[in-house]
Design a protein around this ligand. Sequence first.
Ligand code: PGA
Length: 241
Amino acid sequence: MRKKVIAGNWKMYKTQADAQEYLQEFLPQLDETPEEREVILCVPFTDLAVMSRNLHGSRVRLGAQNVHWESEGAFTGEVSAPMLVELGVSYVVIGHSERRQYFGETDETVNQRLKAAQAAGMVPILCVGETKQQRDSGQTEDVILKQLAIDLEGVEQSRLVIAYEPIWAIGTGDTCESKEANRVIGIIRNQLSNSDVPIQYGGSVKPDNIDEIMAQPEIDGVLVGGASLVPSGFGRIVNYS
Ligand code: PGA
């Protein structure tokens, strides 16, 4: 059976003090969470050290939001995989649409970052998804298949999570209909050589739609932005029924 993977993506929110305060409220909610659910918090680089200390002994795994493909070098502003691993990071989001849209991330650099993350022992969370315009013009499937073909070249599927994140659903409150997300995730799964890769849905996941989303057979988890910033809300999401 595929693992259920629930990840929060804090994006560029929360100082170290905010992060500590969050955990005080969030961690006790995990007492009831079924063992087999993997719970991950993907936080800004500046929060990693304090999170690593505060998560010690808890079941929450630490994630970063990007990683460079070289282990060191003259790359001002970038962070490498060995640097993350040293801080106890085990997951890393790669190819998020905000990085593709605002920071020039391409499928080729996504592919390099995925391989570097795996080589250092981390599990990448690869994000793919279509824009509103691509969806409206019937290109959803083509766009995602093209992303997967380039992104996954030479990538090991035994240590990988994929997140299907329709761009028009991110941060808009306009969640993709759960049956439709299930359909697209099924298409993604058909492209993979390993049927055990957990595939998440992401885009306006909230406490009030999580149960319906997780009831879909192809959806193995969620990648949650805005709603992961509130400890009680993210607690409800992790404890979906
Ligand atoms: P959202 O973001 O939950 O705020 O829509 C999801 C994401 O960007 O991963």
